[in-house]
Design a protein around this ligand. Structure first.
Ligand SMILES: [Zn+2]
Length: 469
């Protein structure tokens, strides 16, 4: 009857502008109006149009590659995590033993790096009184992302959507002096934020997640150096996980409403920009795109197939120090306000794991793998030798398993390869006699026979250097 155009455009003037050989319909799916499952269902038709048939072909190839890497598919195949909308609730993640091991290993590494760089690790509760969220302002400007309050002894408590107010309470638990700075509080803090059910997506859009959160507090004269440090630290950690290509977005003071003095904004923006220049990171400036309380850098990485993912954020805050009346005693004996900087590095463990799975297509670097080498005895009579090799490699600190199933060798290799286990060590009569292992990589490459010591050295080097293989 009446055609309502739901599309924002832009539109082509006529269909003649579209090359019929460069267009393809991809998919049909039901979608709820505005992502709300209580509203009407719509039919959504997905299609794609390109300048040339070659562009279309390239795009479809990228799409197929992305599908192979889909973290929800690999999460199931590799038994890393699951969700259960029916029994548990949407957007809540169950980390299975293998996914849990990878997360633990990643967190352990990061926590050690934090401690080595003068961060303090703190722990804070999952709930806080309404009063706290009133002071922080979250009940005014963030309420639609927060869950309904709990009643405890007639007082309202809220699940935390952020860790910041708790870290501020730690700051305020004692008198601070200019000599205490910089202060760096870090927490793997689990937060809960409301997302519409229609937008939930695997590990990438969830309702409960653990941020690798930190808050930096410092004096004005230390601020540029602190920004320089925090950007370098973010890059160091992300590079350790195999990300090499970065792009930053610098968001500056919005023209309408903002808090803080103009001079502070300029100093903060300058520090962020100079840190990017020094770190040699390409960036775009989103002029006026900052939050009302301070400028920020968003750090994006490009994955193995060229997709950009937002991970780290370095965000100034001129608002919370005022609202919580945070002070320190300066060298002049007077009270001053500290600079406050929010920092999420991986963003959240859930989202980071999703990106990691898609980047490596499940073939994580050796140091992160729950099982690093699978010993494959050719026949039962080689089991004792396999045990001996496994014991030696385990003693050297490698994570080794033995496939003692009754499967044939070819099957065992395929099984281990499917689990993306980096090294498959085949042992038979010849290997047992010569004290060697026949090494195959998960990439399919066959390295042939190596002495146990040589293999051990190669694997330990891959672990130490955080290499893929
Ligand atoms: Zn924060």
């Amino acid at each position: 009857d009446t055609f309502v155009d739901l599309c924002k455009g832009p539109h082509v003037e006529n269909l003649g502008k579209i090359n019929p050989k460069a267009i393809k319909l991809l998919n049909v799916a039901g979608a709820y109006w505005r992502g709300d499952e209580n509203r009407q269902q719509l039919q959504r038709i997905y299609g794609t149009a390109w300048e040339t048939p070659q562009d279309l072909k390239d795009y479809l190839a990228r799409l197929a590659e992305a599908k192979k890497r889909d973290h929800r598919k690999l999460g199931k195949e590799l038994d890393l995590f699951s969700t259960d909308a029916d029994n548990l609730g949407g957007g809540l993640i169950l980390w299975h033993p293998k996914g849990g091991f990878i997360r633990h290993t990643a967190e352990e590494f990061c926590k050690q790096e934090h401690l080595a760089n003068n961060y303090d690790l703190v722990y804070t509760p999952h709930i806080g009184k309404g009063k706290l969220w009133e002071i922080s302002g979250h009940l005014d400007f963030y309420r639609e992302n927060m869950y309904a309050p709990l009643d405890i002894d007639g007082q309202e408590y809220f699940l935390k959507p952020m860790n910041c107010p708790f870290h501020i309470l730690i700051y305020k638990s004692q008198l601070r002096s200019y000599r205490d700075f910089p202060l760096r509080f870090a927490e793997w803090g689990t937060v809960y934020r409301y997302e519409r059910s229609g937008v939930l997506h695997g590990l990438l859009r969830v309702r409960g997640f653990t941020q690798d959160d930190a808050h930096h507090f410092c004096r004005a004269d230390q601020m540029p150096e602190e920004i320089d440090f925090v950007l370098k630290f973010c890059l160091h950690i992300l590079r350790s996980f195999g990300f090499e290509s970065f792009h930053a977005y610098l968001s500056t003071q919005p023209p309408e409403k903002s808090v803080g003095e103009a001079a502070q904004w300029r100093a903060a923006e300058k520090a962020l920009e100079e840190a990017l220049l020094r770190a040699n990171i390409p960036y775009d400036v989103d002029e006026g795109g900052g939050a009302f309380y301070g400028p920020k850098i968003d750090l994006k990485i490009s994955d193995a197939i060229g997709r950009e993912w937002q991970l780290s954020t370095i965000q100034f805050d001129f608002n919370l120090p005022e609202r919580f009346d945070m002070t320190y005693i300066g060298s002049d004996g007077k009270e001053h306000r500290p600079y406050m900087i929010h920092r999420a590095l991986m963003g959240s463990m859930e989202r980071f794991f999703g990106v990691l799975i898609e980047h490596f297509a499940g073939a994580f670097p050796v140091w992160l793998m729950p099982t690093q080498a699978m010993l494959i005895p050719i026949a039962d009579r080689h089991a004792a030798y396999a045990e001996k090799v496994a014991a030696q490699l385990k003693a050297a600190g490698l994570r080794v398993e033995i496939d003692d199933s009754s499967d044939r060798m070819g099957n065992k290799i395929r099984k281990a390869q499917k689990q993306k286990i980096p090294y498959m060590l085949v042992v038979g009569d010849k290997e047992a006699e010569e004290n060697t292992v026949s090494v195959r990589l998960r990439s399919g490459e066959n390295l042939g026979a190596q002495s146990i010591a040589d293999f051990q050295a190669m694997a330990l080097e891959a672990v130490a250097e955080k290499r893929a293989l």
